[in-house]
Design a protein around this ligand. Structure first.
Ligand SMILES: Nc1ncnc2c1ncn2[C@@H]1O[C@H](COP(=O)(O)OP(=O)(O)OP(=O)(O)O)[C@@H](O)[C@H]1O
Length: 256
């Protein structure tokens, strides 16, 4: 083994999950180095969300193992696991009847390590929200603010790993861009290991250190953004890279 390589935060071996006849995950082997920011892209229905959910045990796989810092996730109590692995949901997923502060504190509370108002204020500051937002209900926030609360909630238990399922999907492009940069900055500052599902190859190329492409339950490409832009990864990956590249070319042409 290479002594200089960073330790593995997550290791998936022979992972499979079927829903009836659908092979949502069809034999995935994957090692994610501590500290890396990995994007998971691929067509709708290719298994990205299911893969993410198996990691923090929201979905139980039919076969295979998942090691988190060398420990089988099934051996870790779910609340403790979910405190150590923050999760930002696709549809934000805030509890509508709870204040922002209660939403942010739910994970630590379930893990019997409740957080106080100072920590809530600190988390709000981390995602650039006002301290007064702590008392608001989710419906009284904009979509971008709600998603920031979702990120704060995922960070509340001081996780080592951050899983994000299409976290910026519902946001306007300007907010999306700002929040993407913010998350990357927090990833670097807090020393996180991040696995982010996105439909947007441009976002994956700009934010991640490594891009995985999923198709029909399998990982069909695993490349750095630079390698993808240089043509690596095969047809599936290159079809996805072509989208932002063609758009950039078309805009450049309009600018004449
Ligand atoms: N609870 C479930 N019951 C039955 N089928 C499911 C369930 N969850 C996922 N599937 C199926 O498994 C496959 C993979 O779904 P998954 O949500 O993981 O894909 P995805 O790549 O995340 O899609 P999207 O980008 O649209 O979110 C799909 O065919 C989906 O319909």
């Amino acid at each position: 083994m290479d002594d200089a390589a960073p330790p593995t935060a997550l290791r998936l071996d022979g992972l499979a999950k079927h829903f009836g006849r659908t092979r949502a995950i069809d034999g995935v082997d994957l090692a994610i180095a501590r500290g890396s920011f990995v994007a998971l892209v691929g067509a709708s229905g290719s298994g990205k969300s299911t893969l993410l959910k198996t990691i923090n045990r929201l979905v139980a796989p039919d076969a295979g193992t998942i090691l988190f810092e060398g420990e089988d996730v099934t051996a870790i109590a779910a609340p403790a696991l979910r405190r150590r692995i923050g999760y930002v949901f696709q549809s934000i997923g805030l509890f509508p009847h709870m204040t922002v502060a209660e939403n942010i504190g739910i994970g630590p509370r379930l893990a019997r390590r409740p957080i106080g108002p100072e920590r809530v204020a600190e988390l709000l500051e981390l995602v650039e929200l006002e301290p007064a937002h702590a008392r608001r209900m989710p419906h009284a926030l904009s979509g971008g603010q709600r998603q920031r609360v979702g990120v704060a909630r995922a960070l509340a238990g001081e996780p080592q790993v951050l899983l994000m399922d299409e976290p910026f999907g519902a946001l306007d492009p300007v907010t999306r861009d700002a929040l993407g940069r913010k998350v990357r900055e927090l990833h670097d500052r807090l020393g996180l290991t991040t696995l982010m599902v996105t439909h947007d190859m441009a976002e994956a190329l700009l934010l991640a250190d490594r891009v995985l492409v999923m198709a029909a339950g399998r990982i069909v490409a695993d490349e750095t953004p630079r390698a993808l832009l240089a043509g690596a990864g095969g047809d599936e990956a290159q079809a996805l890279v072509a989208v932002p590249r063609d758009q950039a070319d078309a805009i450049a042409e309009l600018e004449g």
